[in-house]
Structures are given as C-alpha cells and as structure tokens.
Design a protein around this ligand. Structure first.
Ligand SMILES: [Zn+2]
Ligand SMILES: [Zn+2]
Length: 554
C-alpha cells in the first residue's frame, strides 16, 4: 500500500467491505424494512441478495465496482444502487436514516403495548420522540391524548399497560424460527447457551432463556442490559436478569458458576413439570454430568416436556433425511425454478426433491391444471438430465375439493412420482364433514401423503376439526404418510400429534414446503417437531432411498 492509496477515500472506504459485511448490511436493511412493515417482498428481496452475496466465492465489492452487480442473482437496479453506495462510501444513507428513525427499542415497547410498528412510529412522530424512555415519559406527562386517534379511553389502556410493563406476564409466543434467531444471537453475544422453549423446539416460544458460565455474573448481566435486542430490564438480581426483547417477549439470562453450569442449563431447558420431577438437581459443570449423577441417561431437549426418567429412543436426526418431498417453484407460488430448487436440494446433500406445486382450486395463487402438469414434467425431465444422479421427483400438492374429490383427474395423478393431498379452502367445516372429505381423498390410490393435516397457522388460525384418530386408521389401511410441515407458522402435524400418529402405526414425512431455495433450510424445524413426537428414522418415509420412494416400497 502506498500513501496515494491511503489518501483516496474510495479505496479507504472499500477496504474491509468484504462479502460478509455487505451481506450483514443488506440483512440489517431487510430487518428494518420488516420492522417498518414496508412491502414484505422488498425485505425478502434484500434478504435473498444478502444470501447470494454471503455465499459468493469472489469479492462482491469488485463486481460492484466494475458495474456488474446486476449479474448477481437477486440483484436488481434498486439493490445495485445501494450496493454501489455501500462500496463507495462505506454506508447506505437510507439504512442509517431508518436505523435512526425506527428506534428498535421504541418499536419493541410499542409491540409490548400491542401497537403495530407503524402505529408506534406515528405516535413517535406526533410527540416528536425517538426512544422507548421518551415514550414512557410522554405517557407519564399525559401527552398521549394529544396524538390523533388516541382518546381518553385508549390513553387509559396504554397507561395501564405501561404500569404493568415490569411485571412478567404470559404472552403470545414467538414462532420458532424467530425465537431461534433472537435467542441464538443473544447467546452468541453473551458466550452462553440457548435454553428455554427454543431448545426444546416448542412451536411457539414463550420462555426464552440463555445460560452463561462465569465466576462473576456482573459483567455478563451488564452486557445483557446493553444488547440492542433488549428494550428494558424487568428484573435483576446477582446472577439472573429478565429483559423485554424488541419482539415484546421476556428473555431470561442466568449466569452460573462454571461448576454449576450444567445444573443451570438443565433447569432452564426443561418444562417446569419435567424439571420439578428431577429435583433436587446435583451440581455439575455440564449436562452429561448432571444426568450421570442422577443415574439417568442424558435426555434430548425435545423430550423434556413431560416428566421422563427412562431411556430415550434413538431419535430421528437431520442427517437421516435423504430428500425433501414438498416444495414449490415459480410454476405456482414459489420463487425459484425447478432446476434451481433441485440444485439447492442437491447442495444440501439430498438424493431427491419432490416438486409439489398447487392445483387450480387453491385459489389465491396460480395452480397447475393437467396441461401444466405435463409441461412441468418436461421441465423436470430436463432438470434431471443436468442434475443426475440427483433426482427431481414429479409431485403435486393436490387440493382436496369440498366434496372430497381431488383437483386433478386420476390419469394425471397416475403419471406422478409423489402425490400430496391438501385442504386449503373450507377449513371451517364441521368435524364429521371434514373427516369424510379428507378420508375420501386418502382413498384415492395415487395419494401418498396428507399435507399439513390440521391446517393450523400458529397464533393465527386454530386447527381444523379433522378427527385424527379416524384419519390414522385410514392412513394405515391405505399406506398414506402424514406430513410434518416445516413452515415455522405451521409445524403441522405438531409434536403431540406425531406421537399419536406413530402410536397408531402411521408413518410421517418431514418436509419443508419450501417456496424458495432458502426455504429448504427449514428442515431442522420439521425434524425437531418429529423428534418432539418421539420419531425415529424408521418412522419417517424420506429417510428411505430414492428407489423405495419410486417403488412405493418405503
Ligand atoms: Zn399447502
Ligand atoms: Zn405447499
């Protein structure tokens, strides 16, 4: 390096703009867009571009400088302009502005009060405030009622909620993917271990917890209070603190002396009922030593829901999964092509991927009729030429019509390698009708799997009234597998229902229902949910080799 280089702002600024840094900034941008409840597609586009850049094997800054950023997958003109700005100036002005304006702690407090991000920001603008503390102050001074749309009654509600802010209370839980992201980041920042509901992979996480080992708790607790994800501290003593996160959910940090770390981790991981049944816990530096001292085999966290002192089964592992049997492409509502999805699945080490796009009755998005299915078959054959010996399977997610018929004729279904049947519309049907509807679909000889059987959306839509006991009988007779759908807001079947299905002798499929290459990454959610239902590899259809799937010998 010579003095001339050092004097040039362009060179100075771009030094250190490595792929990881660029991806981090784009991801931060995406998060803030989400926080601002901007167009979700825009946030997603930034995330996708960040993913591409993070995985790139060449310095993306060079590509941007040479004006070829648009050649990167997922980079359009808008993202290109921001990349250029980042590489040339070292920052993105709009991102800095959003970070300043959005005040995550204020939005977090707003969420805690039941306000949308947009509403919180409107209030902040009206009161000319920026932080959570300023909002509390303004409320205490009686200034909330000066905000358009807040009458005396609404003000009283908000003041009451603020008064209760420091009492922990049960809240609607976080979806598992978000909870992992949050708890994982906080655990990493504190050098601690994730515990609580996420470590048991509960489908909706209410008790978030991180356990750290340190002789002196003070430093770790101070660092915790300073984390950007923590809005305010509700409680603190000499070895433990509870803070409210930006999502409005309490998170507990426990600092244990190294010799007692294992004990603290067991205590912070299991459900209250599970832990109570093990007490008094011996003191030990790691979990293995705690269980050994108890004279018990180590227990996988997913099984620490109910009291259990026995020998756990050899549970399904992510590495057992040979392929993903539910994914979408741009033929319906997915975001990648057949070949892109196949390639991404191959990169994950799978042997096969079933493309299961929708059929016309799904309504809200494009569905494939018979001609489309056949044309897609040609595209899949072409992809297989390129990707062999990896195999893209011709599949379908076929709607179950209200009368129980399937949304495609039998001769079309007969051509396919893997047929999933799904209820999408008419979920509110009464139990008897719903069960009959699904049962008649499962009697179709081409159907192999029932997708998201209970049709729930976690925290948004209750389960449909399907009689699972009856469905298990039919599934057993017809050799139909039930899906454990890995979308974070579905996780359907749930762990409990998996356990009932397996007890009835029915097999399951662990699928992601991926709508993008990234979506294939949700497999651990499906696998963990199956583990919560005590599934072993033998219970899961897609632990079998390709041949068994094709021959229906699974
Ligand atoms: Zn579906
Ligand atoms: Zn689907």
């Amino acid at each position: 390096m010579n003095a001339g280089d050092a004097g040039s702002p362009g060179v100075l600024a771009s030094r250190g703009v490595d792929n990881g840094h660029i991806a981090d900034r784009l991801e931060a941008f995406a998060s803030l867009l989400e926080l601002a409840e901007a167009n979700p597609f825009m946030a997603r586009a930034y995330r996708r571009a960040a993913e591409t850049i993070r995985d790139a094997s060449f310095p993306v800054a060079d590509v941007v400088r040479s004006g070829r950023a648009r050649e990167l997958r997922g980079v359009g003109p808008g993202i290109e302009a921001r990349l250029r700005e980042l590489v040339e100036t070292g920052s993105i002005a709009e991102l800095t502005e959003l970070e300043r304006e959005l005040a995550p702690d204020l939005v977090g407090l707003g969420r805690y009060l039941g306000l949308s991000a947009k509403r919180s920001l409107d209030i902040a603008r009206a009161l000319d405030i920026r932080t959570a503390d300023e909002l509390r102050e303004a409320a205490a001074e009686g200034r909330l009622r000066s905000v358009p749309g807040i009458g005396p009654k609404r003000e009283a509600q908000l003041l009451e909620a603020l008064a209760r802010e420091r009492e922990p209370r049960p809240r609607r839980g976080l979806l598992l993917n978000r909870a992992w992201e949050l708890v994982g980041a906080i655990a990493a920042a504190l050098d601690g271990a994730p515990a609580g509901d996420v470590r048991r992979w509960r489908d909706s996480c209410e008790l978030l917890s991180v356990v750290c080992a340190a002789a002196e708790a003070g430093a770790a607790l101070e660092r915790f209070a300073e984390l950007p994800q923590i809005v305010s501290l509700i409680e603190q003593d000499d070895h433990r603190a509870i803070g409210v996160t930006v999502d409005g959910v309490p998170l507990e940090v426990v600092v244990a002396e190294p010799g007692r770390f294992g004990t603290a981790l067991v205590r912070a991981t299991g459900s209250p009922a599970y832990v109570a049944a093990l007490e008094p816990l011996p003191e030990a530096p790691d979990e293995a030593a705690v269980y050994e001292a108890l004279g018990l085999p180590w227990c996988p966290p997913e099984l620490r829901e109910q009291p259990f002192r026995g020998e756990p089964p050899a549970l399904l592992e992510p590495g057992h999964i040979r392929g993903d049997l539910h994914s979408h492409t741009t033929w319906s509502d997915g975001r990648a092509s057949v070949e892109e999805m196949g390639r991404a699945a191959r990169e994950r080490g799978y042997d096969y991927l079933a493309i299961c796009d929708h059929t016309p009755a799904v309504g809200a998005v494009r569905g494939l009729g018979p001609d489309d299915v056949r044309r897609q078959g040609e595209e899949i054959a072409a992809a297989n030429e390129v990707l062999a010996p990896f195999r893209v399977l011709r599949g379908i997610e076929c709607d179950i019509l209200p009368d129980g018929r399937l949304d495609l004729p039998d001769d079309v279904l007969a051509e396919l390698d893997w047929v999933q049947a799904s209820v999408h519309g008419g979920q509110r049907m009464a139990r008897k009708e719903m069960t009959k509807r699904v049962e008649s679909a499962l009697r179709n000889p081409h159907v192999r799997c029932l997708s998201h059987p209970k049709g729930r959306y976690i925290n948004r839509r209750p389960e449909n009234a399907l009689d699972l006991v009856r469905i298990f009988e039919v599934a057993l007779e017809e050799r139909i597998a039930l899906e454990v759908n890995g979308l974070p807001d579905r996780l359907d079947l749930s762990g409990e229902h998996v356990r009932e299905a397996l007890r009835a002798g029915v097999r399951i499929v662990c699928s992601t229902d991926a709508h993008s290459e990234r979506g294939l990454g949700n497999m651990p959610l499906s696998v963990a949910t199956a583990r919560r239902g005590w599934a072993t590899a033998a219970d899961v259809v897609n632990t079998r080799p390709l041949r068994s799937i094709l021959d229906r010998a699974e």
